[in-house]
Design a protein around this ligand. Structure first.
Ligand SMILES: C[S@@+](CC[C@H](N)C(=O)[O-])C[C@H]1O[C@@H](n2cnc3c(N)ncnc32)[C@H](O)[C@@H]1O
Length: 247
């Protein structure tokens, strides 16, 4: 399967499959209040996280920091890590110097945190950029306390089957999607893996799957995006959400 972007090596040697530096501001602006991020992914992640007051939470691939902001407002003690310098700058502007923000990511050097440093880790729309999940998941488990939660949103694997019928749903394979963020073209390059491979990776890494979720968008989504929310149920097929518990 062809890819429009070459994989490159980012800070601290982690692999970065899509160049968020080149469209950071456009991505942050577009996703602030769009359907799939503002009305869907962020409310779903916050709902799964529940009461986070006092919890130490790492947001890995935190982007411009919208989830860090919301979790901090709910009383969590937040830390973000992000490979894209420009996305990280936007997070710093949003959160200020008082928030712990690091440049780095998954798939290269170990995360710059001691064992069991966090009660929860958030990986929102990040894992699907990685071909190999074994070492990244081991790292995420290492920085969690026993019983801590890894809360994940990834591309729903069935979407790949719908939009790339020529692809092999049952294989782990790379594909690229041409997008527009705030009018700026961008290419996102992902690794598709089938559902059984996703769940196998989680359990092999020592996580217990506590929740699998295909939530509805937030109230008001159909009214705000009538052309996009068209199913009778009001649900949209886009991402798959998990709450995993570190054994
Ligand atoms: C779709 S954006 C989501 C940003 C943020 N999690 C959110 O929900 O707003 C994906 C983010 O993952 C980051 N990313 C890409 N490769 C990564 C890696 N190997 N480790 C950690 N983050 C990565 C990108 O730079 C980008 O900021």
């Amino acid at each position: 399967m062809s890819s429009d972007l070459d994989r490159s090596s980012g800070p601290a040697g982690q692999s970065v499959a899509s160049d968020y530096d080149s469209f950071a501001e456009a991505y942050a602006a577009e996703t602030e209040s769009n359907l799939i991020n503002g009305y869907y992914t962020r409310p779903a992640m916050l709902d799964l996280a529940g009461d986070v007051a006092g919890r130490r939470i790492l947001d890995v691939g935190c982007g411009a920091g919208p989830l860090l902001t919301a979790l901090g407002e709910r009383g969590a003690i937040v830390t973000g890590i992000e490979p894209s310098a420009k996305m990280l700058d936007l997070a710093r502007q949003r959160l200020g110097d008082g928030t712990a923000l690091y440049q780095g990511g998954l798939g290269g050097d170990p995360l710059p945190f001691p064992d069991a440093a966090f009660d929860d880790v958030i990986a929102c729309l990040v894992l699907h950029y990685l071909e190999d999940w074994q070492a990244p998941l081991a790292e995420l488990r290492r920085v969690l306390v026993p019983g801590g939660r890894l809360i994940v949103a990834v591309n729903h694997p069935f979407v790949y089957h719908l939009i790339r019928p020529e692809g092999d749903y049952f294989a782990t394979e790379q594909w690229s999607d041409e997008c527009t963020f705030s009018g700026q073209p961008a290419v996102l390059t992902y690794w598709h893996r089938p559902l059984h491979a996703i769940t196998r990776e989680f359990t092999a890494a020592g996580f217990r799957i506590a929740v699998v979720s295909e939530p509805p968008p937030a109230p008001g989504a159909r009214e705000a995006f009538p052309d996009l929310v068209t199913s009778p149920s009001g649900y949209i097929l886009c991402f798959l959400f998990f709450v995993l518990e570190a054994a």
